[in-house]
Design a binder for this molecule. Structure first.
Ligand SMILES: Cc1cc2nc3c(=O)[nH]c(=O)nc-3n(C[C@H](O)[C@H](O)[C@H](O)COP(=O)(O)OP(=O)(O)OC[C@H]3O[C@@H](n4cnc5c(N)ncnc54)[C@H](O)[C@@H]3O)c2cc1C
Length: 494
């Protein structure tokens, strides 16, 4: 029987992997392949933090496949040409992959499917990444959704998602790539290393300390979250100082775990009736709705391919952004040197760990777009390079939400006050103190606005503004007014 290629992409797992299951159907030999071709993603080739994650996730995948006696074949270069060469080398008769919903990759994949089929190959794509593929959820008039709540209601009306697939029970390598009997199988780490995904200067210590990329790490994270955190999700999810959310986002982005598996884990826990308490049920429902936001982001991107670059609401194209000729304003924001503690703490958490709490993402985004009046696309790019969960759909949705220009976005007149947000969601100032040690000796009530603390209190805490920690780069009240005036200028006449 000729082998089937399983082309791994954003589905770096063995369980609930429809492409792998289909490739291995009927005991057919499987050739697992990863092809590194970042340029094919067009303007949105993965950033540095994503590359760090990918390196480790590929190593984990290669090790998991080696345990089953399968080598992960790693190549670089034009994907179609590479697949064709592999087919010629191995005599593979079929190719399976799981779909990605990004505009440039949809175009590429369509071309590959057509070209391979023309050469007589059996080619199938599958859904591993979503509960509801973008074209399967429609309004009553057959169009796409622009708001989350009706979208999610329509998804829920479709009933429970299908259960996840088990790991294929038996995987067999084609004879041409089998190890001699009795020889141990080793993952080819050198092939992963050769992709050059790790940074030349090692800045990734904080990422290593925080994350375990790969399928095992994803399952540990899910199990730990469901067992220990989900019960308090409703009250803890907005508090950046505690681990109140799942931190599954990078695992979901790279497909080390899929939403069907996450959904099932929550349902099993609910069915066991672990607590029965209202807060618990509310937390579970809210958590599933966050998975729904991920679905919605993919829905919007699929139906609006220029969503990452252009405001969904065209009026925002004329927004009068602030001049930042030498990039100093943007740089202060990127480095967490704005003098606004919650913003700076978030930006430093991002740089150190590759992740930032959702509440703080909204606050730093609002500060960039509204208080500094810098284009949301500049923030989107920085997140793209620094987040380990950088995801074209969710990042675009997040930034257009913040800017007020997207689907179901924050109203333009909502300008987060980072001091109020800090006092509300980081009441003890623990989050700020952790990421900004210069503020740690201030009493909690002054940590979110050190400039407003009495001089003697600052002196007691060993803090001189402009020395250990900057003065605020803008006046929050005046910049809010300037933002509102700018938004007024682009409002629909009449
Ligand atoms: C400006 C901005 C940019 C963002 N960029 C990204 C991004 O590049 N990648 C990304 O995955 N998320 C992004 N988000 C959404 C959200 O902040 C993260 O998904 C969340 O913080 C991840 O943490 P978690 O896994 O602990 O979330 P949990 O609260 O545990 O949620 C579970 C899962 O639901 C999904 N999810 C949760 N909130 C959202 C949301 N608002 N939109 C889409 N999916 C969501 C994620 O997959 C997440 O892992 C962004 C939000 C904002 C405001």
């Amino acid at each position: 029987m000729s082998a089937a290629i399983c082309w791994f992409r954003r589905d770096l797992r063995l369980a609930d992997n429809p492409a792998l299951t289909a490739a291995a159907h009927d005991g057919r030999p499987v050739l697992p392949v990863y092809i590194h071709a970042p340029d094919e993603a067009g303007a949105w080739a993965p950033g540095a933090a994503s590359n760090w994650w990918l390196h480790h996730s590929l190593r984990a995948l290669a090790a998991a496949l080696a345990d089953h006696g399968l080598p992960l074949i790693i190549r670089q270069g034009d994907t179609l040409a590479t697949l064709q060469a592999l087919i010629a080398e191995t005599g593979a008769g079929a190719v399976h992959w799981n779909r990605i919903y990004e505009p440039a990759l949809i175009r590429r994949d369509k071309g590959i499917k057509q070209a391979l089929r023309e050469h007589g190959l059996e080619v199938h794509s599958h859904n591993a990444a979503l509960l509801h593929e973008p074209w399967t959820v429609q309004t009553g008039t057959g169009s796409d959704y622009k708001a989350f709540t009706p979208f999610w209601r329509a998804c829920r009306r479709q009933g429970e998602p299908s259960p996840p697939l088990p790991r294929p029970p038996r995987l067999q390598a084609p004879e041409t790539v089998q190890s001699p009997p009795g020889a141990p199988h080793h993952a080819d780490n050198a092939a992963v290393d050769a992709l050059g995904l790790l940074p030349a200067i090692d800045w990734a210590g904080g990422l290593r300390a925080r994350w375990q990329p790969g399928e095992d790490g994803a399952h540990k994270r899910l199990e730990g979250f469901v067992a220990a955190t989900l019960a308090a999700y409703a009250s803890g999810r907005d508090l950046p100082a505690v681990e109140g959310t799942s931190r599954l986002s990078p695992h979901l982005h790279f497909g080390e775990i899929g939403p069907r598996q996450v959904w099932q884990a929550v349902q099993i826990h609910l069915a066991r009736g672990q607590t029965g308490a209202g807060d618990w049920l509310q937390g579970a429902e809210q958590f599933l709705a966050e998975i729904g936001w991920r679905e919605f982001a993919h829905h919007v991107l699929y139906h609006h391919p220029d969503f990452p670059d252009a405001p969904l609401n065209p009026r925002f194209a004329d927004f009068p952004w602030q001049d930042d000729p030498d990039g100093a304003l943007l740089r202060a924001w990127e480095r967490g040197e704005t003098g606004i503690p919650l913003v700076d703490a978030g930006m430093r958490e991002l740089y150190a760990t590759g992740w930032m709490h959702n509440r703080v993402r909204m606050v730093v985004g609002s500060f960039l777009v509204k208080n500094l009046r810098l284009p949301w696309q500049a923030g989107e790019r920085w997140f793209w390079d620094t987040l380990v969960d950088a995801d074209l759909a969710s990042n675009s949705l997040g930034w257009q939400w913040v800017a007020g220009s997207g689907a179901d976005a924050a109203p333009y007149f909502r300008v987060f006050n980072p001091v109020r947000q800090g006092e509300r969601f980081d009441a003890e100032g623990d989050y700020v103190a952790h990421w900004l040690p210069a503020l740690a000796r201030l009493p909690a009530k002054h940590r979110h606005a050190p400039w407003a603390a009495p001089a003697a209190v600052r002196a007691d805490a060993g803090l001189t503004l402009g020395v250990q920690y900057p003065h605020p780069m803008v006046d929050l009240g005046a910049s809010r007014q300037a933002a509102l005036a700018a938004f007024q200028a682009i409002k629909k006449p009449g």
